[in-house]
Design a protein around this ligand. Structure first.
Ligand code: FES
Length: 79
């Protein structure tokens, strides 16, 4: 298990999860379009982009691996 922060909420998730899966487990809604469960994520539509502290740009939550200590923001209106 790993811990990361999404919208100020510390979340524990299984290693190998994506940011989308971690957010869903925590009840944080991230909209998706091209993501379909049970299919290989493509990251094509970019509807699910989120901000990861330290990353160069926005990342696609459906493909980005959750990792220990990440700080993620899904809503620009949050502090
Ligand atoms: S849902 Fe399309 S890129 Fe993530």
């Amino acid at each position: 298990m790993i811990k990361l922060t999404i919208d100020g909420q510390v979340i524990e998730t299984a290693a190998g999860s994506t940011l989308l899966e971690a957010a869903q487990q925590a009840g944080v809604t991230i909209p998706t379009l091209c993501h379909l469960a049970d299919l290989t994520p493509e990251g094509a539509c970019r509807v699910c982009v989120v901000e990861v502290e330290g990353a160069r740009g926005l990342v696609t939550a459906c493909t980005y691996p959750a990792s220990e200590g990440l700080v993620v923001r899904t809503n620009v209106n949050l502090p």
